[in-house]
Every structure is written in structure tokens, then in C-alpha cells.
Design a protein around this ligand. Structure first.
Ligand code: KIV
Ligand code: ZN
Length: 393
């Protein structure tokens, strides 16, 4: 099967409320989860993974409440390959307009030996049994091969074939431990989709962890290999180093449509709001230099960059801040700022001073910036006021 190169729709499956919440210390209350689900629904997320219903009564309640309230997105719950998990999950998503059971089992030799203590044949039988049980409860069933990227490809093909034959409509091949490289991950999807009979009956999905900082690159590589669903989280929240960051994937596809000929249904204007909300409710701050949603993502301090930005924003920005819900670019005044930005700042603050006064004020601003980490507007105002006063003496 060849890889489709037209501008295909790639489904965004957000798992902030399930994999994201599994980050140690990131647990959220019901009210907080409802707020997050609401913004995900509004921003155009195709599938919201709302939780792991068997994990606790609280998780069950959150999944069923989100299932009831969500208007546009499919609402999924996670279930191990255990009847009780699947039945509980089915019950939790029952009231969704569009619900999904997402069931998974480990497939790699190391997981089979140490975690499951089962043979390959036993796991194949479990896949057939649990996917079929899920399909008896609901039409939309996702099956995941946990640790797919460390599973021998011949065995992985058999597992995927069994899952599709038993009725799985989405096949997710996670890089559970963030081990794959982009080329390997893409090749895995190409080979599986070529070898497995009826592979085109299912949507293939990527799910990447960021242990080596490759989660977003791997996700996009998996899509190049034919996957059409990306599992990700807001701010990349998730186990260990986290999951692929939703905002990075959405903006990479949107900004680089020439190289990544896909489309998502996400309205990027919500990205900043969603990031702030998830950071607030999870208690995980967003690093200043985080792509797309970090405080510095649209901030410039160096003189050369500020000068360029004042002439044409495209000199140093490849996205418009307004597109992701940020009011505007910020030119931060500091020791790296140059005359152009300083003059512009004075104008913004309402000052017009002569050339000599300007040169004096600029020198004093540079001295101040050498001593102070942050130079605020008030500092600059004080400096110019003193300059004006001394000129008048
Ligand atoms: O990382 C993983 O393998 C998972 C599965 C449960 C999909 O989160
Ligand atoms: Zn995961």
C-alpha cells in the first residue's frame, strides 16, 4: 500500500486527561477535567481520551460526565485487556454522542516476559477476545500495542491482523518508552500497512513519548508512514518526559503545509488558552522557551532580532502570535536590545527627545540593563525623565 501524499485529514486524539494526568503530581479534580474537556471540544480535538474508568470511581465519573457533556469530539476511555476494564469503560462512555473504547495490551518480548508472564500465542488470543468484547459494546474500538516499537515486526503484524479481524477500527502503535527514531517509526507503519491483510479497514495511529526529545518528530514521521491519528497532550504533559505536544504538532502541520501536506481540525487560536489552563490545573509550569506556548515563544531581546522585527516580522517569526491566541510579539528591553527598539519603546511610552538626549538615555539604559535582569517600562520612564530633567538644568 503506498503512502497517500494528498492533504489528508489527520485526527487529533488528545490524551491530556489520561496519559497527561498519569504524570506524577498532575492529577486533576472533576471540575478541572470538565474545564479541560470543554476547551478541547471547542478547539476541534477529534477524540478526547477522558480517563481510565476502572482506575477509580473518580476516573469513572470524570469519563462519564465528559461523555455526557461533550458536543463535537468522540469521547474515549482506556481499558486494559481485561473484561472488567472493558465493561467498565463501555459503561462510562455509553452516554456519549460518540464514544470509543480504547483497549491495549503489551506486545514486546520484555513486557510479555516481565509484565504479563504470557506467551506470544496467549497474547494473540487475548487480543482477539478483548477487541471482540469491546466491539460487542460499541462500534468505535481502538486497540493499542503497548511498546510496539520494541516488538519484532513479524509478531506485531500478527497482533495487528488479529485486532483488525476482531473488529478494531483504530490501530495505535505507541512508542511507549520514547525509543524510536523518526526513520524507524515511519518504516514500521509502512511495513505494517503493507503486510497486514485488511490494514486499510482501520485508521492507524501514532502515540509517542518524549524520552529522547523525539515525540513530535516521531509522530510526524508516523503520519508520513500512513498513520492518520496523532495521540498527544497539551503542553506535552505525560509520563516521564511526557507525550508529543499537541500545540507543536498542530502548528508544525499548519506552518509547514508544503512539507507536511495534512490538515487538522484544530482552531489554533485556542492553543495558548488551553496551555495556560492545563498548566494551572496540573500544576506543571510551562518552560519559558517551550515551542508555541512558552512565554518567550514570541519574545525578542537581541538588537539584531528586534531591529529585524520592527522592519518585517517575518525576519524572525515563522508564525503570527495572534494565530495561536497571543496578543502580539513582545520586544523585551534588555542589554541585548539596540537603538531601534529603544527608540520604538520611547515612542510607545510617549517620549520624543532630541538626538543628544537619546544617546545619553540609551547609554544609561545599557548600563542599567547590565545590572538588572528585567528592565521594565517604569525603569525606562524614570531614566528618560531624569534625562529630560538634567537637560533642562
Ligand atoms: O504509552 C503507551 O503505550 C500508552 C498506551 C496505553 C496507549 O499510553
Ligand atoms: Zn502513553
Amino acid at each position: 500500500m503506498s503512502v497517500d501524499s494528498t492533504k489528508d485529514h489527520v485526527r487529533i486524539f488528545d490524551t491530556t486527561l489520561r496519559d497527561g494526568e498519569q504524570s506524577p503530581g498532575a492529577s486533576m479534580t472533576l471540575e478541572e477535567k470538565l474545564q479541560v474537556a470543554e476547551i478541547l471540544d471547542e478547539m476541534g480535538v477529534d477524540i478526547i481520551e477522558a480517563g481510565f474508568p476502572i482506575a477509580s470511581n473518580g476516573d469513572f465519573e470524570a469519563v462519564s460526565e465528559i461523555a455526557k457533556r461533550t458536543r463535537n469530539s468522540v469521547v474515549a476511555g482506556l481499558a486494559r485487556a481485561i473484561h472488567a476494564d472493558i465493561d467498565r469503560c463501555g459503561e462510562a462512555v455509553r452516554l456519549a454522542e460518540r464514544g470509543r473504547i480504547h483497549t491495549f495490551v503489551s506486545t514486546s518480548p520484555i513486557h510479555l516476559q516481565y509484565q504479563m508472564n504470557k506467551t506470544e500465542e496467549q497474547v494473540l488470543a487475548i487480543i482477539t477476545d478483548t477487541v471482540a468484547r469491546s466491539r460487542n459494546l460499541i462500534d468505535d474500538v481502538e486497540w493499542s500495542a503497548m511498546d510496539a516499537t520494541r516488538t519484532p515486526i513479524d509478531y506485531l503484524c500478527k497482533c495487528v491482523e488479529a485486532a483488525i479481524r476482531a473488529g478494531a477500527t483504530t490501530i495505535n502503535l505507541p512508542d511507549t518508552v520514547g525509543y524510536a527514531t523518526p526513520d524507524e517509526y515511519k518504516a514500521m507503519f509502512v511495513e505494517i500497512r503493507n503486510r497486514v491483510p485488511d490494514a486499510d479497514k482501520a485508521i492507524f495511529s501514532v502515540h509517542c513519548h518524549d524520552d529522547l526529545g523525539l515525540a513530535v518528530a516521531n509522530s510526524l514521521a508516523g503520519v508520513a508512514g500512513g498513520a492518520r491519528q496523532i495521540e498527544c497532550t497539551v503542553n506535552g504533559l505525560g509520563e516521564r518526559a511526557g507525550n508529543a505536544a499537541l500545540e507543536e504538532i498542530v502548528m508544525a502541520i499548519r506552518t509547514r503545509g508544503d512539507a507536511l501536506p495534512y490538515a487538522t481540525s484544530i482552531d489554533p487560536k485556542f492553543l495558548t488558552r488551553a496551555s495556560k489552563l492545563v498548566s494551572a490545573v496540573s500544576g506543571f509550569p510551562v518552560q519559558y522557551n517551550k515551542a508555541i506556548v512558552g512565554k518567550n515563544a514570541f519574545a525578542h531581546e537581541s538588537g539584531i532580532h528586534q531591529d529585524g522585527m520592527l522592519k518585517n516580522a517575518e525576519t524572525y517569526e515563522i508564525m503570527k502570535p495572534e494565530d495561536v491566541g497571543v496578543k502580539s510579539t513582545s520586544l523585551v528591553m534588555g542589554k541585548h536590545s539596540g537603538r531601534h527598539a529603544f527608540r520604538d519603546k520611547l515612542k510607545e511610552l510617549g517620549y520624543e527627545i532630541g538626538d543628544n538626549a537619546f544617546e545619553d538615555a540609551f547609554r544609561r539604559f545599557k548600563d542599567l540593563a547590565d545590572r538588572k535582569k528585567h528592565v521594565y517600562d517604569e525603569d525606562i520612564e524614570a531614566l528618560v525623565e531624569t534625562e529630560i530633567a538634567t537637560q533642562g538644568e
